[in-house]
Structure formats: C-alpha cells, structure tokens
Design a protein around this ligand. Structure first.
Ligand code: AMP
Length: 426
C-alpha cells in the first residue's frame, strides 16, 4: 500500500528551523540596532488588513494587487487581505492613531512576514520577511538620503557588499508628459511585447520599464528616459540626494528603469543589489523603496510627504549563507546545571531559577536524566562551570562545582554557591 503523504508546508512557504535561527536573529538584530541608531522606533501592525487598503494604497492596476494579494472573505463577510508589504499598513496606522501630532519626521520600522501569491522560484516566496522603514512628514532630500543610507549600512554591517540603483520618477504632473512620450514610443510595438506589457500599456505604462521578459527588455533600452522629463524641483531633489550619497561614498548608479511597481511612488525610486554577485544564484534585489508623498492623503489622512524602503530578509539570509559570512556568536552560556534523581531535579529547578534571576547565563535541562548526556551538553556549550546536584548533595545541602577546563571539582555548601560563582567567573 502506498505510504500516505503527511501534512506539508504550503507551496512557497517554509519553516525556518532552529539551526537557521542563529543567522535570522543576527540579521534582525543588526537591522534593529541600525534603525534605532538612525532614530527609528519599532511598530507592529497586523498581518491582516481590509482588502480595500491595499487596493487603494498600492493600486488596482499593479501586479501585486491584481495577481498576488492573498484575499478572502472572513466568517463575518468582510473582505480581508494578508499584507503584501508594510507601507500601506503603516500609513493606515499613522492616520488611525493620529500620529500626525507627533514631532516630524516620524521614523518607524517594522520586521515581519509579507505574503504574495507569486510563482515560487529562487528568491521568490509566498511568505517572506521584510525589514521595513518609513520616514513620515519630510519632503526633504535628506530623508531620502537617510533611507538609502540606512538600507546600505544594514547590508554592509551584515558583511554584504551592496550598491544602490537610483532613479526619480518625478511628480504625478511631470510624469503625465513622460507617459505620453512612452506610449507614443510603444504605439507601434505593442504587437511584439509580452501579454502583461500589452495590458500595462493600457493601464500602467510605467511598469513596462520593469518587465524582465527578454522580448520586452530590448525595447526598454531604447525607450525614452524619465529623467529627461523631470520637473526642475524633482531634478534638484534627486541631485541633492546624490550629493549625500557621494559624501558618504555610497556606491550607486542611476538607473532610469527603476520605477517600482506601486502606484504611490513619486520622485525617488531605488533598489539595492548585491555588488559583483558572482554566486550564480541571482535572487533579485535585496531591497527597494522610494518616496510616496501622496499615499497618506489618498488613504484619508492629511497631505503628508514620506519615504521608506524594505529589505528582503529571506534573500539576505540566503546570501549570508551562500557567502559563508561568519555570524557572531554571543549569548554565551557560562554555567550548566546538571541533576541526577527526582529530589535533585526538584531542588535544581529552584536553584536554576534563582541563579538565572541573579543574571547568570545558565542552562538546565530537567528532561535529561543521565549525567553523561548532561555533561555532553555542557561540553558542547563550552561552559566554564558545571554544577552537579546528585542525591548525596541533596542530603548534605551541597553542590558540586566542576571546572570544565581543569577538570577539577569541589563540593561546596549551597549557601556559599553564589560567592563561589562570583569568585570563579571573574
Ligand atoms: P518590494 O516591495 O517588492 O520592492 O520588495 C522589497 C524587497 O522584498 C525585495 O527587494 C526583495 O528582497 C523582497 N521580496 C519581495 N518579494 C519577495 C518574495 N516574493 N520573496 C522573497 N523576497 C521578496
């Protein structure tokens, strides 16, 4: 009889097992540390939102909303979506909680899962993780420069050599003229472009520049470039950002094809890529972002300029692993507490909690009963000291302190344990 297939993770989704957590925790810690240093504070929005938020916020004609958002009607008949990104949720939260009254610019970051029903392939999952940062309430080029710099320094701190691709897509008005030029360029070519681009030609022509299909990329190279149609203010805005990037010696290139897929962008659009990625497994951009001055107003708030970016943590973790980047190990365990027998187990539970509360980095495993197994764990953790509590020690109110390097061990009265630890762990 064929073996029955067990439950499995859903296509495009995966477990992140505990042996991978070392990298994940480090990546998130580096993101958090850098974000705090740049004056951001953390926020957490729900995974589910009203479907309409993304339809309005991201745009009806974008790939994300048209094809990729996981949406469903809940038991109460409400139409909900799993967040495909963070910006619309953060803008919703900003409006809902009256964060408009906070000092500007307001810098917020969030780390969590996003969901897009994309065709699973290398670097493309249906549940993936992002570090997302937003600077709300500033239209200054300094804010964009800060966002770009933060995305870069996080990757640099993780040992990844990244470079930024920057563009400006101007304002809604200046874009109108450009889109007219773009459409007239494509007018005679619609027969030759892919099915998606045929649709984009009608509904979201800017997105044609983002197409990765071979037959479309040739045309993209010859298409008019948005940078030639920028209004004066957008041009100056971009120049000022570049001055900051130059001052920081941040590697960047101008790429007129970076338009980002979402409706709410204006002026700055950027992506961050691994430089000289010779690994062979190109996973796409490690992050991207830009300016979205119209979004908050479009969602019902006041007119509020803002910009931000998101880094794709799954891709970043993949690159760290691929490049064998050494992950710093901290959270060292100094003491292992071993116990033998029921009475010792009960007493050890109390001693363990006391030492832990006193701030010792101590580990204990009540479910492991054999001393051999427990000493193996202590050796693996490379602890300096192992405390051993057997039945004899329970009766005499003592505990055995074993110095792992020297191999020496000594029985000490329990009421002297703390003093002994202080002495030995100096
Ligand atoms: P986006 O909002 O699409 O620009 O996404 C920002 C970053 O998130 C990208 O540069 C990727 O690193 C990451 N990302 C986006 N979509 C996915 C996906 N389906 N799977 C894995 N990572 C993704």
């Amino acid at each position: 009889m064929p073996k029955k297939r067990g439950f499995q993770t859903i296509r495009g989704m995966r477990d992140i097992l505990s042996h991978d957590q070392v990298i994940w925790q480090w990546v998130m810690e580096v993101c958090r540390k850098a974000a705090f240093a740049y004056g951001f504070s953390e926020i957490e929005t729900p995974v589910l939102e009203q479907a309409e938020l993304f339809r309005r916020g991201i745009g009806q004609e974008t790939d994300i909303v048209k094809k990729e958002v996981f949406s469903f009607k809940d038991q109460g008949g409400e139409f909900l979506s799993l967040r495909p990104e963070f910006t619309a949720s953060i803008a919703r939260s900003y409006i809902e909680h009256g964060l408009v009254n906070q000092p500007k610019p307001l810098k917020l970051f969030q780390i969590g899962s996003c969901f897009r029903h994309e065709r699973p392939q290398s670097g493309r999952l249906r549940q993936f993780h992002q570090f997302n940062a937003e600077i709300i309430g500033s239209d200054a080029a300094e804010a964009d420069a800060e966002a770009i710099t933060l995305s870069y320094v996080i990757l640099r701190d993780l040992g990844l050599n990244a470079a930024v691709q920057v563009n400006s897509i101007g304002t809604r008005d200046s874009r109108k003229l450009y889109i007219k030029k773009l459409k007239s360029f494509y007018q005679t070519k619609t027969r030759y472009i892919c099915q998606d681009c045929k649709q984009r030609f009608k509904t979201n022509p800017l997105r044609m520049l983002d197409c990765k299909k071979r037959k479309c990329t040739e045309y993209i190279m010859d298409a008019p470039q948005i940078i030639d149609y920028l209004d004066e203010a957008s041009k100056n805005h971009l120049m000022k950002i570049l001055e900051y990037l130059d001052a920081f010696d941040l590697p960047y290139v101008l790429n007129p094809q970076i338009v980002r897929g979402l409706d709410y962008y204006n002026r700055t659009a950027f992506e961050i890529w691994l430089k000289d990625d010779d690994s062979g497994s190109r996973c796409g951009a490690l992050g991207g972002g830009g300016r979205y001055d119209g979004l908050i107003e479009m969602l019902g708030g006041h007119e509020t300029p803002a910009c931000g970016f998101a880094l794709g943590l799954d891709r970043i973790v993949g690159k760290i692993r691929e490049k064998n980047i050494k992950v710093p190990v901290h959270a060292r365990v100094d003491i292992f507490l071993a116990q033998i027998g029921d009475e010792a187990g009960k007493k050890a539970l109390v001693i363990f909690d006391k030492l832990r509360c006193l701030g010792y980095n101590i580990m204990f495993n009540l479910s492991k009963r054999s001393l051999k197994q427990q000493l193996e764990t202590a050796n693996r953790l490379q602890v300096g000291l192992t405390l051993i509590l057997g039945e004899k020690e329970v009766l005499s109110n003592e505990i055995l302190i074993k110095e792992m390097d020297a191999g020496a061990q000594e029985s000490v009265p329990l009421d002297r344990l703390e003093k002994e630890l202080q002495k030995r762990l100096k």
